[in-house]
Design a binder for this molecule. Sequence first.
Ligand SMILES: *Cc1c(COP(=O)(O)O)cnc(C)c1O
Length: 394
Amino acid sequence: MSDTSPLPFVPFSRPSLDHEEEEAVLAVLRSGWLTTGEVTAMFEKEFAHVVGTRHALALSSATAGLHLSLEAVGVGAGSVVLTTPYTFAATAEVVRYLGADPVFVDIDRATLNIDPARLEESLETLAAAGRRVSAIIPVHIAGLPCDMETIRHLSVKHGVPVVEDAAHAFPVRQADRYVGTFGDAGVYSFYANKTITTGEGGMVATDRDEVAARIRIMRLHGIDRDVWNRYTVPEASWKYDVVAAGYKYNLTDIAAAIGRVQLKKAEAFLTRRKAIARRYIAAFSALDFLSLPAWSENHAWHLFIVRIREKRLSLTRDQCIEELQKKGIGVSVHFIPLHTMTYYRERYGLKPDDFPAAVECYRACISLPLSASLSDDDVDRVIGAVTELGGSRH
Ligand SMILES: *Cc1c(COP(=O)(O)O)cnc(C)c1O
């Protein structure tokens, strides 16, 4: 009897969850306290302990974390925030929430991260034009750390705070320090496909007391007292003051319970993702139609982004994606540069050629499946399907 059923789909990303997360959620559901409380406080304490910052603040998303971090370091209307177009929408939209304008800086083709030389040029050009630059947002794409030494130097020289978009970068170290702890604030994402997850969620790590204090107030309606304290501290539980027009960005204890378990497993997940990345690199290094990320220990390996050299293949990048999908491989593209998106293009009059490195990398890139839950068989399937793309050349 022949089995003609197609092989199961290899998902682009799948969270690693087991009975431990299930039991942690059940315990919260049975406790009677669902929203931000004791469990979230423990998650924050444990996270701060791991990354080694004075404060860690749990939020409903990394987008919320970026928004409140920028607000806390003084980004406001009329100012400019420097970041890269090679990122997810969240990185730049939060700048607009605050009435500031994102100014994009092109990437380094080798790393896909912000190019420090171009960043310096932009800082100088904007200063000469009399624009106030209120923050720099480096994005550690795929989990590869940006050149934080140079960026920190520029930050000090120009007096501009740094908010790291570390959505891809937990838990990776650079010079024995966690990525996300080099700037004035660092923002991690616990979205479902990130390196650890709470379903939806985020964390801001910072050593700056006043930044932490501001975020603590702004994440919950501008109230000067945590809800948790309000209901557990005996005196005057009804009394609170509103000191700012804040937001509703708190994390639930249900999500935090998942996060505490995931945090314990973060290093094991990283070890697994590194093993997969190593196998991909070993298997693909002989394929001349692919350009690969360089192997690095200091990499969170959230994404495995390859670039297609179309000239060496009879297929375009888009056709490669179709072929892989036909073979049951879940792939994605990171990222469509933000300056080519209607909103930024029209609002700031940007052209694709304004950031040639970002556009060139985007046109060639494919993200292959990479998550701790992939089996060795899944990885073999991906390797087979990618290798077969080469068979279609003339
Ligand atoms: C996922 C992501 C975010 C936003 O994370 P959320 O937790 O979904 O808000 C921000 N920046 C980058 C680069 C991301 O990939």
